[in-house]
Design a protein around this ligand. Structure first.
Ligand code: GDP
Length: 196
C-alpha cells in the first residue's frame, strides 16, 4: 500500500530547509491536537514515526518521511498552539504560506481536522493559501470514533458543503486512528495524486 513503511528521512526547522526536489510531496497539516501524528502513524503503520519533536513548547520541526515509491510525506508543525508567541506565529504563517503556494512538487494537501471541530479559522486559512495552487486537498475528519453514526453523517454532510464553496478540489472523509477506519478511503484518494 501507498504509505506503509515510509521511513523517516530528516527534520528541518523551516520550509526553506527542504531541498529542491522533483519527487512528489504530500503535506499533512492540522491544528495541534487534531490527531495529525496519530493519523500519520496509522497510515504508515508505525507507532512512533511522527512522534519526533512533538513536545509542546519545543521548536516545532517539519518531519520528512520517504515513501517506497520515492514520494515524500511532509509532516508540517501543528498550528493554533496557544503557547506559541505571536511573533513566532506570524513568522510561521509567512513560511507556511510560501511553502503551500510556491512549492512546485507539492501535489496535494492532507488537512487533518478534529471531526468535532472542522474548518476552524486557521484551517480555512490553510485552505485559502493552498487553493491558489489549484491542487487537491483531502480532509481527514479524525477521532470520528467519538461521534455517533448520526453525528458522523451530519459532520460529513456539513464539511462537504463547506468544501464545495472553494474553487480547488476538496474531498472529505471520516477517519479514526483509534479504530483504524478510513485508511483505504484515504489511500484511494491520495494515490492518484502521485501520478504526475
Ligand atoms: P496532533 O497534535 O495533531 O499530532 O495530535 P495527536 O495525534 O498527538 O493526538 C492528540 C490526542 O488525540 C491524543 O491524545 C490522541 O491519543 C488523541 N487521538 C488522536 N487520534 C484519535 C482518534 O482517532 N480517536 C481518538 N479517540 N483519539 C484520538
Amino acid at each position: 500500500s501507498l504509505f506503509r513503511h515510509a521511513a523517516f528521512e530528516i527534520s528541518v526547522a523551516q520550509p526553506d530547509g527542504l531541498l529542491p526536489s522533483h519527487a512528489p510531496e504530500i503535506a499533512f497539516a492540522g491544528r495541534s491536537n487534531a490527531g495529525k501524528s496519530s493519523a500519520i502513524n496509522t497510515l504508515v503503520g508505525h507507532t512512533r514515526l511522527a512522534y519526533v519533536s512533538k513536545t509542546p513548547g519545543r521548536t516545532q520541526l517539519i518531519n520528512v518521511f520517504r515513501m517506497k515509491n520515492g514520494a515524500a510525506l511532509i509532516d508540517l508543525p501543528g498550528y493554533g498552539y496557544a503557547q506559541v508567541p505571536e511573533a513566532v506565529r506570524r513568522q510561521w504563517r509567512g513560511l507556511l504560506e510560501r511553502y503551500l503556494t510556491e512549492r512546485e512538487n507539492l501535489v496535494g494537501l492532507v488537512l487533518i481536522m478534529d471531526s468535532r471541530r472542522p474548518f476552524t479559522e486557521l484551517d480555512r486559512q490553510m485552505v485559502a493559501w493552498f487553493a491558489v495552487s489549484g491542487r487537491p486537498i483531502h480532509c481527514l475528519l479524525t477521532k470520528s470514533d467519538k461521534l455517533t453514526r448520526q453525528e458522523q453523517a451530519k459532520v460529513l454532510r456539513d464539511t462537504k458543503k463547506i468544501a464545495a464553496e472553494y474553487a480547488c478540489p476538496i474531498t472529505v472523509q471520516l477517519f479514526s486512528s483509534l479504530k483504524k477506519t478510513g485508511m483505504d478511503e484515504a489511500e484511494a484518494v491520495i494515490a492518484p495524486w502521485l501520478k504526475i
